[in-house]
Design a binder for this molecule. Sequence first.
Ligand code: FAD
Length: 272
Amino acid sequence: MSQASPPKQAPRKLQVLQNVQLTPHLQRLTLGGPELQGFPVPSNGAHIKLLLPQQGQALTLPTVGPKGLIWPPAQDRPVVRTYTVRQFDAEQQKLIVDFVIHDEYGPASYWAQHAQIGDDVGLAGPSGPARFNPNADYFLLAGDLSALPALSTVLEDLPEHAIGTALIEIPSAADQHNLQHPAGINIVWLVSATPSALLPQAVLDLPWPEESVSATVAGETEAVVQIRKYLRINKKLNVSHCYIVPYWKYQHSEEAYHDERHRIMDEVLTPT
Ligand SMILES: Cc1cc2nc3c(=O)[nH]c(=O)nc-3n(C[C@H](O)[C@H](O)[C@H](O)COP(=O)(O)OP(=O)(O)OC[C@H]3O[C@@H](n4cnc5c(N)ncnc54)[C@H](O)[C@@H]3O)c2cc1C
């Protein structure tokens, strides 16, 4: 089994400042501490790696040696998981991460549910590609709850006159909540307890706009792969107008899915 991509630079050690439940399946953690100093701006929507303690242990982070990072032995090694900067407030020195609380045990979901004020967490990054193309005329957003932090930052960063549609698949109706978005973006909530059950068809059913389209698509792999094929091959959408990233795979941990995720990302799709 391969590791989730480990960070290459020394991670920052941050502390939990606040932990609140936003909806039944979404937990919001605010992180801060002296080592957040210098975190780059803007970074809302960027990818980050979180380094979490193994269950019941204190956090042991890798240190920097002459040949790169020196990792603690396996029994102390932190669990690495990929998340999104939901919001970074440089003035207040606070960084918000929204975690999906899912039914199957996962170290990150469990940690987020149980984290106490003052608990340590490692953070590496930010990184990642642009989440939308500002030169497009129509904005298509599609994703599940894991993608909602990224989609929310796109909705907040789009120009006020932007038009488009955001399709958001959530595991229960109670996970629906208010989002800040331009008036011209139609928000559609799709409720399904089965991941990827409704999202691909909802994208296919959208009347295709005449204008140039920017697509932001993320979430469970089955939906993302189907939507990507449709947009890139059927709709001939150029890569410059696509942020299409599989975030997780049903019944696979991040370690188990790591290599496949990168294979999918590297695959070249050519319109026929
Ligand atoms: C670039 C990027 C950004 C991401 N941003 C976020 C983010 O901001 N918020 C967020 O919550 N997730 C985000 N994710 C997804 C997150 O990394 C995965 O969901 C991760 O697997 C969670 O780790 P875990 O330890 O909870 O579960 P794992 O140990 O990885 O998996 C354990 C089990 O839980 C299942 N599982 C994992 N995630 C989910 C889920 N979302 N819903 C239902 N079942 C699940 C798995 O299929 C597996 O069976 C992002 C992923 C990427 C690649």
